[in-house]
Each structure stands twice: as C-alpha cells, then as structure tokens.
Write a protein that binds this ligand. Structure first.
Ligand code: ADP
Ligand code: ADP
Length: 234
C-alpha cells in the first residue's frame, strides 16, 4: 500500500508573478520505504515535502497521505493529522531552546496529553537511549552538539509513532560523522521499525543510505535509482 501518492500534482506560487514550482508531478511511496529526494536548488524539493505534509495546498492534482487527502481536511483537522500521524525533521533542528533535551523529545506526548508524566519520561528516556543521547537528557539545547541536537529532533519526530517521517536536509548543518550517524538512525528506524521516511537532500552521501532515490528537476520526477539490498553507491 502507498503511504504517499501524488498524482499529476502542480504547485504555482503567486498570483501576478507566477512561479510553477511543481509541474504535473506523480510519485508513489510505499509503506516502509526509505526514499531520498534529490535535485538542484530550486527544483521543487521543499515544495513537494510541504505538499505531502499538507502545509501547502496544491494548485491542481491529488495528494494522498495515509489514505487521506489533505484537501479534504479542515485546517484544524490537518494540524491534528500532522501532529499525530507525521514526524518532521529539519535542517536547523527546530528544538525549543528553553526546554531540556528530554522535554523536547517528550513534546508530542505532552501535546497529546494522554499519558502520565512518569510514562512520558520513561518513553522519552527509552527513545533517547536508543538514539545514543541518554546521557544528555537534562541538558539544554545549547549544551549539546549539532549531532546530538539532531538526534533529539529525531526522537521528538518518532516518539508518537508516526506513519511517515519527513526530513528536509536533515544533515545540512552537520559534520560528516554526525551526518552519517543521523542517516544510520533513519536506516535503522526504517529497517527495524518499518518507519516510512522521505529525506530531501542535495548530498549524495546522505542519499546513499536510501534504497530509492528520486531525482527532481524543474518540478517533476526526472529519474529514479532503486536498489533492494546494499547502500546505493555514488
Ligand atoms: P528546492 O527545495 O528544490 O530548492 P523549492 O521547492 O524551495 O525548491 O522551490 C521551487 C521553486 O519555487 C523555486 O523557483 C523557488 O524560488 C520557488 N518558491 C519556493 N517557495 C516560494 C514561495 N513561497 N513563493 C514564491 N516562490 C517560491
Ligand atoms: P523494547 O524494544 O524492548 O520495547 P525499547 O528500549 O526499544 O525496548 O523501547 C522502550 C519503550 O520506548 C517502549 O515502550 C517503546 O514503545 C518505546 N519506543 C522505543 N523506540 C521507539 C520508537 N522508535 N518510537 C516510539 N516509541 C519507541
């Protein structure tokens, strides 16, 4: 079953000066896939991710995520859908500076407010330990490294068990070693827990962790690479 399907999707920004960012793009991503989206700057990668996230409305065409068409949801329903069914990872981590690493990881559970504080702490600790940041739970964001901050952001993105993880340039602000750690984590989550993941990147080494790479050019799918077993070699 497809977790994401885009059919003939176009996105035009602006009314007077019109920019066609996505042009008749079709793409299906199956449940359990780890997919990289690559392409030159300005080719429409971030726009595609925002259309999938339901943050932007399409100009034409159909988007389905987990069987839902974001266009069928009210703004409030869409917000709940994003908060409960999706996980987001950003280039600049987007952690809350005034909270500890553990509190950042717990945020989705606190927003859902259906578990005891003790259980939320236990779960966030388990996720942090799994991500190798169990020793910095009490630290503030400015006290940890970029790699640790991004792992905390991944913890926050997965703790509520989302159906789909969306990552926009997740290694863009990391040194090479931390970048590989982050991609190893996405790969593990994908293989061991079946988390469907889309990683937008312009970095070939980051993309090499993904079994499928979709190249976007001028707002449409230009080509694809697919490999069942080992990492893609670039
Ligand atoms: P990428 O992520 O591949 O760099 P984007 O999706 O950010 O590409 O952008 C695709 C095209 O849409 C570019 O020409 C960009 O300038 C334009 N664009 C992106 N966001 C906006 C916006 N909010 N308003 C107008 N044009 C935009
Ligand atoms: P186990 O696999 O034996 O449950 P873990 O340390 O993997 O041990 O998990 C401990 C707790 O943390 C479990 O309740 C589990 O639901 C939760 N947990 C662990 N990993 C994740 C994850 N990736 N996403 C959501 N919850 C997780």
């Amino acid at each position: 079953p497809a977790v994401v399907s885009l059919e003939g999707v176009s996105k035009i920004y602006g009314d007077t000066v019109r920019v066609k960012a996505v042009n008749q793009l079709s793409l299906r991503i199956g449940a359990g896939e780890l997919v990289a989206i690559m392409g030159p700057s300005g080719s429409g990668k971030s726009t595609v991710l925002n259309l999938v996230a339901g943050i932007l409305p399409v100009t034409s065409g159909t988007v389905r995520v987990g069987g839902q068409n974001p266009a069928d949801l009210s703004e409030e329903e869409a917000a709940v859908f994003r908060r409960t069914r999706l996980g987001f990872v950003f280039q600049d981590f987007n952690l809350v500076d005034t909270l500890t690493i553990q509190e950042n990881i717990m945020l989705p559970l606190m927003l859902a407010a259906n578990e005891s504080p003790a259980r939320m702490r236990r779960r966030s600790r388990a996720v942090a330990e799994q991500l190798g940041i169990g020793d910095v739970l009490a630290h503030r964001v400015h006290e940890v490294s970029g790699g640790q901050a991004q792992r905390a952001a991944i913890g926050r993105a997965i703790i509520h068990g989302p159906q789909l993880l969306l990552a926009d340039e997740p290694t863009g602000n990391l040194d090479s070693a931390a970048a590989q750690d982050v991609m190893r984590i996405f790969s593990d989550l994908n293989e061991r827990r079946g988390v469907s993941t889309i990683v937008v990147t312009h970095d070939a080494r980051t993309a090499s962790w993904c079994k499928r790479v979709v190249f976007i050019k001028d707002g449409a799918v230009h080509s694809e690479l697919y490999r069942e077993d080992d990492r893609l070699a670039f």
